[in-house]
Design a protein around this ligand. Sequence first.
Ligand SMILES: [Fe+2]
Length: 177
Amino acid sequence: MNMMISTLNPVLLGLIADVDAMVTADESCLERRIADRLKPILSTPGLLRGASIQFRQEDYTLNVLYSDPAGRWAIAAVAWLPGQKSSIHDHQTWCAFGVYEGEAVEEYFCATDGTATHCGQRALPTGATGFAGASCDNRQAAIHRLGNHGEQPLVSLHVYGCDLGRGASSVATKFDS
Ligand SMILES: [Fe+2]
């Protein structure tokens, strides 16, 4: 479901138009290109003005901002309270993300015989970006987990090559922690 797109910040609308063109052109290494496109707008004041960002006590919250009517891609603001984390997962499609507010931690995992073991991590402060997925080689992030390890709320923007509007997910496999 799309929010009222007319209420979104024009900078965000510009991102949506550009991602749509990139997806239509089927550019190579799409998730890296989209992460690069995302980076400079993360410091835009009021970027998420007009987007009603919801947090939940039970779990992190995916706020879908725009879902391509053709179902090829979508963008969401993910809201994380302190201590909230994703599953450990890999991807069946591409994704790019950037931190708008707060600080995220991306943990990396190595799979052996179907079991994921922690093999590194990095902090992503406000403005940092990352990507994972199928079309561009990023072996370190092949299996990862994002989360809010800090004491302040975290909001990150995620662009996924799947139809969030119809409940699809970019996740292929979830691993036990
Ligand atoms: Fe992911």
